[in-house]
Design a protein around this ligand. Structure first.
Ligand code: ADP
Ligand code: ZN
Length: 776
């Protein structure tokens, strides 16, 4: 999971930054001593600096500082080093007037200005906007935009060696130099005028670095700076790509036009799975590059994007810059800086990429815009799809929201004219949409203790016999979601959460999918002590794989779940094996549902189509349709037609019917009509307060006080407090309140006022979740 790029590390920094990095380094050191005695500067030398700290102070993390005489006044957006208490910190010169009433003696001098491109006005306004909308302190949001403090230093250069004049002569075989075979090989590994890294030279020559030192002492080679590698190649918009089909071209023309306007606008790019949406929006990226602006593509699961990256390379001749939480420190730093310098022209990333310092952003694509992965649930709680629209507005850029199953929010915005929309109604090439059927488990149940019903077994057998690939989908990791004692009925729970422990049989462990708690599978019931009485209840993908091994012993099987596919390389390798037909039967969780294009995959079996429908979540039906439609969309993407079988105990459920008919617009229209009368999103606003504490009574007390202080009035309603469905998480007791308001009510001022009326002790945390997606 993508994490907020914060942590204490992001906020402070060590003195290492002070070297030659600071523009006014010499003036920086003596500051502390001169304070107070300093000549009174005119107030014009005061500036406001926002610090990347989650401070809930009235200034929201902004403090006034003085710029010492002799240092040029930094422009707004400049990165500066300042003292704070006994620490040195980096911050950003912020807009707004410093407090003129602050006595001179209370002001401290900035320590220096960093030689990094100042943060653009568009990003500063975005930081403020996100803070105001989510009720996060501005400093907490700034911290996301300053996630790589080391990137503010001047880009370092690596040192290596080059031939000296004498070395060049010696290399040509001039006499008079002490030569050994090793020394000769070193000189031969070097070219006049071309510095190389010592390790590379030693490698090629097959010598130790001691030989290099000897040559340096003899004056034959000398230290030299290596040229900086151009690690960010420029995608070429005119690189020959696939020629677009007629409908694609029409959609692409609309997007290109919007990009060329260099003004804010949002377009929904809808279109069935496999209709070629990606090629269409890549064409918009090309237009953005021709306009000389930067493009950002947000993907929900960047680790699963190997096929996407291949297509990008095919279209543009090189890879884009990439941004996600698992980048190495060096690459993270280089990428941040290349974005700030405008050197990285296309960046594909996870949601945190929205906070990168693009100086010249012209286009943001949000692919699979309906995905809940775009919602960040901790730290600053924000929805990257919605914030992408805001970021685009601040940058006067185009935003394109892409999906085969757009969210009701986005559909409604398109319907009401706030967003424009283009649609691709057919699959690319000769492929048709797969035929979807529901298997009524009441009529065709699986054998006792099994999970795959006879008609699905039959269909898989036929598919495999034809030499095609099949996929079994179950959105649940592990072997079994619950372990039950047959003797006493005890179920094994997580000690820290309101959750059952999930059996992972391969690892012989029980695991909590919420907090990560793991324990060995006990030999006897922890409650009654009965031996051999523990039974696995229900299936996870491991168990389906076990069943498939019995049913289809000759099929080459591959399980794809987040614990068997730990990272981008593993995902790319799995995709390669499937594409190369080294796999016959794929078994996977939601990580196989999205984006993949496997030409020979023609059958998708959904083991438990009812899985997402339980629970009272507002969007349970919408989300189930989206997920199952995406999974179905993996079938029959090339010449051979695809089919999909949904195993369900509820075959008449509107979700199953929508999937069978394929008429998603009709389903979404019904969803809209179900939500409209009650004023549920997108027809009304929601904000959740989540109260949590290790101390249950304290959590209850604060929740009750919040309930008593709840705002009311026209078009405003507060539900709760109530125990959260996950009433305990990671050892914290959780209570929820939900504010529901009419669309024309601004909820942020209400929330602010509400929170200000309740005292919250340190042991209790109150999180604000505006536009909640999860109700757990
Ligand atoms: P979507 O994103 O709408 O699900 P894709 O963009 O993945 O669809 O396209 C489906 C398949 O069709 C992919 O294999 C893609 O490479 C191919 N494709 C799409 N457009 C073209 C085109 N204009 N020329 C050739 N192949 C295309
Ligand atoms: Zn747990």
């Amino acid at each position: 999971m993508e994490e907020a790029e914060a942590g204490a590390k992001g906020a402070s920094f060590d003195g290492g930054l002070f070297g030659d990095g600071l523009v006014s380094a010499p003036a920086a050191t003596a500051k502390g001593k001169r304070r107070g005695a300093a000549p009174k500067g005119p107030p014009a030398r005061r500036i406001r600096v926002l610090l990347p700290l989650p401070l809930d102070t009235p200034g929201g993390g902004a403090y006034d500082y003085r710029v010492p005489v002799g240092t040029a006044l930094p422009e707004p957006g400049s990165f500066v080093a300042v003292p704070l208490g006994g620490r040195e910190m980096l911050g950003v010169v912020w807009d707004g007037e410093p407090d003129p009433n602050l006595p001179e003696g209370k002001l401290r001098d900035i320590l220096g200005i960093l030689p990094a491109p100042p943060m653009k006005e568009a990003l500063r306004r975005f930081v403020e906007w996100v803070a105001a909308y989510t009720l996060a302190p501005p400093g907490a949001v700034l911290r996301m935009a300053m996630s790589v403090p080391s990137a503010l230093e001047p880009p370092g250069q690596q040192a290596g060696w080059k031939l000296s004049a004498a070395g060049e002569l010696a290399r040509e075989g001039a006499p008079g130099y002490r030569m050994t075979p090793q020394r000769r090989r070193v000189l031969e590994a070097m070219q006049p005028g071309e510095p190389r890294a010592g390790a590379d030279i030693a490698d090629e020559a097959g010598v130790s670095t001691g030989v290099l030192r000897g040559l340096a002492d003899g004056g034959l080679i000398e230290p030299a700076l290596l040229p900086r590698p151009r690690s960010f190649a420029r995608p070429d918009p005119d690189h020959p790509g696939p020629s677009l089909a007629e409908e694609q071209e029409a959609a692409a023309a609309t997007l290109r036009e919007s990009v060329a306007k260099r003004a804010f606008g949002v377009t929904l790019l809808a279109g069935v799975t496999g209709s070629g949406k990606t090629e269409v929006y890549l064409d918009a990226v090309a237009e953005c590059l021709r306009q000389g602006r930067q493009a950002l593509v947000l993907l929900p699961e960047i680790a699963l994007s190997s096929q996407w990256l291949d297509r990008f390379k095919a279209r543009f001749g090189c890879a884009p810059a990439i941004w996600h939480s698992e980048l190495s420190g060096r690459l993270r730093r280089a990428t941040w800086r290349a974005v700030a310098d405008g050197e990285a022209t296309v960046l594909v990333g996870a949601r945190s990429a929205l906070f990168l310092p693009f100086p010249n952003l012209g286009l943001i694509i949000v692919d699979e815009e309906h995905e809940t992965a775009f919602k960040q649930e901790d730290g600053v709680i924000y929805h990257a799809r919605d914030m992408a629209v805001v970021r685009a507005r601040m940058a006067e850029a185009t935003c394109v929201l892409v999906s085969a199953t757009p969210s009701l929010e986005t559909l409604t915005n398109a319907e009401q004219g706030r967003y424009s929309a283009v649609n691709l109604p057919r699959r690319h090439g000769s492929a048709g949409l797969p035929e979807v059927t529901v298997l009524d488990l009441r009529k065709v149940p699986p054998e006792r203790g099994r999970f795959i019903s006879p008609p699905l077994i039959q269909a898989i057998t036929e598919t495999l016999e034809r030499g095609e690939q099949a996929m079994l989908f179950l959105n649940r990791r592990g072997y079994a979601p619950m372990t039950l004692c047959r003797a006493c009925g005890h179920r094994i729970r997580c000690p820290n959460c309101t959750a059952w422990l999930v059996e992972h049989r391969a690892q012989r462990r029980l695991q909590c999918h919420h907090c990560g708690h793991a324990e060995p599978i006990p030999p006897h019931c922890p409650e009654c002590g009965a031996e051999g009485s523990l039974t696995a209840i229900g299936p996870g993908v491991e168990r389906v794989q076990e069943e498939a091994a019995v049913l289809f012993p000759d099929a080459r099987r591959l399980v794809m779940a987040s614990d068997t596919i730990p990272g981008p390389a593993a995902a790319a390798e799995a995709a390669r094996q499937i594409a190369d037909r080294q796999v016959d039967l794929l078994i996977g969780t939601q990580i196989v549902a999205k984006g993949w294009h496997f030409a020979h995959l023609t059958l998708v079996g959904v083991v438990d189509a009812d899985l997402g429908l339980a629970g009272g979540d507002l969007r349970a039906a919408e989300r189930t349709v989206q997920l199952l439609h995406q999974v179905s969309g993996r079938a029959g993407r090339a010449e051979s037609p695809g089919r999909v079988m949904l195993q369900s105990w509820n075959p008449d459920h509107p979700v199953m019917q929508a999937l069978v008919s394929g008429d998603l617009p009709a389903f979404m229209a019904e969803e809209a009509e179900a939500r409209r009368p009650g004023g549920w999103p997108p027809f009304g606003r929601l904000a959740a307060l989540i109260v949590s504490s290790e101390d249950e009574r304290a959590a209850d007390r604060v929740a009750r006080d919040l309930g008593l202080a709840a705002p009311g009035g026209e078009g405003v309603q507060v539900l709760g407090p109530a125990p959260a469905p996950l009433s305990m998480l990671r050892g914290r007791h959780r209570r929820r309140l939900l504010l529901k308001a009419r669309r024309d009510v601004a909820v942020q001022p209400l929330l602010r006022e509400w929170l200000s009326r309740v005292e919250v002790p340190n042991a209790v945390r109150v999180q604000v979740d505006v536009d909640p997606v999860s109700f757990l």
